[in-house]
Design a protein around this ligand. Structure first.
Ligand SMILES: Cc1cc2nc3c(=O)[nH]c(=O)nc-3n(C[C@H](O)[C@H](O)[C@H](O)COP(=O)(O)O)c2cc1C
Length: 392
C-alpha cells in the first residue's frame, strides 16, 4: 500500500480479507481496537501492566474519557460521492497523511525491548508524526537516527535544573524535532494505586530517563558515573523532575529558547485555553493525560467543544485521552480538534508485536477512520464538522 499523497487507508481492510480467504492467514493482533488492552494484558508483566493500563485513583477519569465518546453519535449522510478521499493535512507546519499523531509516552521499553525505536520506525513508515517523551527509554539522538527524516515533535517535562532544560531544547533542535509540546499536567506524578501497591516507580531503576543519562548538563551534576552509582543518578533525576512551581510567566523563557511552534498539553478548561492564547503559544492539547493524573477530572472530550469555540480561531487545538478507534478519531475531529494523539492503543500494539504491532494498530485505526468518514458522507477529515455528530 502506498502512503504518499492521497492514501487509501481502507485498502488495509481488503488486504486482511484477501489474506484470510486466499492464504488462510488471519491478523496476529485483534482488529477490534477497543479491546486491544485485553490482548496486551496477557503479554505484559504485572509491573508493566500496572504502569501502562492503570490510571490515577479510582480510575474515574479514565472511565469518563471513554464514556464521553458514547455520548456522541455519528450522524451519517448518504449519496455524497466519497469515492475519492484525502485525509492529509498540515498541522503546525508538519504534513501528515491524516490528522493523527503518536502521543508522547514514556518508558516504552516496558512494553517491548525496542521501545521508542520500534514505535518511531512504524510511525515513520506511514508518515505519522511521532512525539518523543522526555521520559523515554531512548535518547533524542537514538530516536532521530531510527526515525530518519520522518516528522517528529518533542514533549518537554520542564526540569527545575535550567542547564538541563536548555540542553534538552538544544538537543531536540539539533536532532530534528520541530514542534515543542510542553506537558503541564504532570508537574507531580498523580496518585497511582497500581504502582503504589507494588512500590514500583521505574524511573528510580533508571528506566525512562535515557534523555537525562545521555545529557552533558545532567551528568555534570553527578559526582560519580551512572555505572558507578546508578542510585545517585536516579536521585538526581528525582530532584529535578517535580516542578509544581511552574507558572504561566515562565512561558516567555521557552519562547526565547525555542524557534519552532510551542504547544501546551493538558489544557482542560476554557480559562486555561484563553490564557494559552494570551501567552502566545501556537497550540494546545486538550488532554487529561488519559486519566493518569487527577482522579475525578472531567472527560477530555467533554471539554473539547467549548475550548474549540473559545480559542479555535487563534490556536491549533489537538486532542487526546480515550481515543481507541477510527470512529473516536472522527468524533473528536468533528467536535473541532485539528488532530488527535493516539496513546495507549499504539503501546498495546508495541507490547504485542514490536514495530509490526504499532504498524498494525496505526493501519487499523486509519482504515477504520477512512471507512467511518466515507460511509458517513465525507471526502476527507477536513469535512468533518459539528454536523457530522449528534449528542446521544
Ligand atoms: C504509559 C503511559 C506513559 C505516558 N507518558 C507520557 C509522557 O511521558 N509525557 C506525556 O506528556 N504524556 C504521557 N502520557 C500521556 C499520553 O501522552 C496521552 O495523553 C494519554 O495516553 C491519552 O490517554 P489514552 O491513552 O487513554 O488515550 C503517557 C500515557 C501512558 C499510558
Amino acid at each position: 500500500m502506498s502512503y504518499g499523497g492521497n492514501m487509501n487507508f481502507s485498502d488495509h481492510q481488503i488486504g486482511i480479507y484477501a489474506q484470510g480467504m486466499f492464504t488462510d492467514r488471519t491478523p496476529k493482533i485483534t482488529t477490534d481496537l477497543a479491546n486491544l488492552e485485553d490482548q496486551a494484558a496477557a503479554t505484559l508483566s504485572p509491573e508493566a501492566l500496572g504502569y501502562i493500563v492503570a490510571s490515577a485513583g479510582s480510575g474515574s477519569t479514565a472511565r469518563a474519557n471513554r464514556a464521553a465518546f458514547e455520548q456522541w453519535r455519528i450522524a451519517p449522510r448518504m449519496l455524497r460521492g466519497s469515492a475519492e478521499r484525502d485525509h492529509s493535512c498540515t498541522v503546525l507546519g508538519t504534513t501528515m497523511p491524516a490528522p493523527l499523531l503518536i502521543a508522547p509516552v514514556g518508558i516504552q521499553t516496558l512494553a517491548h525491548p525496542e521501545g521508542e525505536l520500534a514505535t518511531v520506525r512504524a510511525a515513520a513508515a506511514l508518515g505519522v508524526p511521532y512525539i518523543h517523551s522526555t521520559q523515554a527509554s531512548h535518547s533524542f539522538e537514538q530516536v532521530a537516527e531510527a526515525g530518519g527524516d520522518a516528522p517528529r515533535w518533542y514533549q518537554l517535562y520542564w526540569p527545575t535544573d535550567q542547564s538541563v532544560l536548555l540542553s534538552f531544547l538544544q538537543r531536540a533542535k539539533n536532532t530534528g524535532f520541530t514542534t515543542l509540546v510542553l506537558t503541564l499536567d504532570t508537574t507531580l506524578l498523580g496518585w497511582r494505586p497500581a504502582d503504589l501497591n507494588r512500590g514500583y516507580l521505574p524511573f528510580l531503576a533508571n528506566l525512562g530517563i535515557e534523555n537525562y543519562l545521555t545529557d552533558p548538563a545532567f551528568l555534570a551534576g553527578l559526582d560519580e558515573s551512572v555505572e558507578a552509582n546508578p542510585v545517585a543518578a536516579a536521585m538526581h533525576w528525582a530532584q529535578m523532575f517535580p516542578n509544581p512551581g511552574l507558572s504561566w510567566s515562565q512561558l516567555a523563557f521557552l519562547r526565547e529558547n525555542w524557534d519552532g511552534p510551542i504547544v501546551l498539553k493538558g489544557i482542560c478548561t476554557v480559562g486555561d485555553a484563553r490564557l494559552a492564547a494570551e501567552h502566545g503559544v501556537d497550540g494546545i492539547v486538550v488532554s487529561n493525560h488519559g486519566g493518569r493524573q487527577i482522579d475525578g477530572a472531567r472527560a477530555s472530550l467533554d471539554a473539547l467543544p467549548e475550548i474549540v469555540d473559545a480559542v479555535g480561531d487563534q490556536l491549533t487545538v489537538l486532542f487526546d485521552s480515550g481515543v481507541r478507534t477510527g470512529a473516536d478519531m472522527a468524533k473528536a475531529l468533528a467536535l473541532g480538534a485539528d488532530a488527535v494523539l493516539l496513546g495507549r492503543p499504539f503501546l498495546y500494539g508495541l507490547a504485542l508485536d514490536g514495530q509490526a504491532g504499532v504498524d498494525h494498530v496505526l493501519r487499523c485505526i486509519l482504515a477504520e477512520f477512512d471507512l467511518v468518514t466515507s460511509l458517513s458522507g465525507h471526502t476527507g477529515a477536513a469535512e468533518l464538522s459539528r454536523e457530522s455528530v449528534i449528542r446521544s
